[in-house]
Design a protein around this ligand. Sequence first.
Ligand code: C5P
Length: 234
Amino acid sequence: GSVAAVLPAGGSGERLGAARPKQFCALQGRPLVSHTACALERISWISDIIVVVSLEHIETMKSIIQKYGHKRITVVEGGVTRHRSIFNGLKIFAENKLQKPEVVIIHDAVRPFVEEDILLKVVKAAKDHGAAGAIRPLVSTVIASSADGCLDHSLERARYRASEMPQAFLFDIIYQAYHQCNDYDLDYGTECLHLALKYCKTKAKLIEGSPDLWKVTYKRDLYAAESIIKDNLS
Ligand code: C5P
């Protein structure tokens, strides 16, 4: 069956503190979102790639597509939260504006070093289980604070994993999950696997990913990403 991808790129990149959102920052002369889109376009079995951007960046994204010769990208307007942006991307297929795929990959526009190997693994696992996503061991221990700003409790680090990207889903499952979920999920959730599990009772297979899947978030991440891209080009 066919495989398509949705790349949420509609965030404001506040934590980076640059003049423009990080997905539009240039690394070795090419915007981050274009590097990530290229990583997916190199893979022949991925058909349509939806890039979801905020209204104010639709023209920017269209000119990036032109300038860097992207062939398989459709630009879609995002929402105020990541979940709302992803939902808007999925709607393009549900409303038959593009052919509905069997499996949809969801991958952040700010994780440029995604490789075919992990994409194959999550897609295969999504076909077998309904949903799948890349995970990593936790670097920091996760704690909860109480209302007075003191430690409430702390999680046992070895038992938990960081949920990373890419993730993949049978299209009908993830669309149904977004369709059924409530405003609280859309406004405060950040985890698509969770939605598939909660609303469709599907299994979500967890797949160990590489450290290179990390999300470019802070300024130092941009420097790190740029030096990896520079190495890869030379
Ligand atoms: O904010 P966070 O780092 O979780 O964002 C992950 C991805 O989701 C980024 O690529 C960001 O552009 C995207 N996003 C989005 N729409 C939003 C917020 C974030 O597409 N409203």
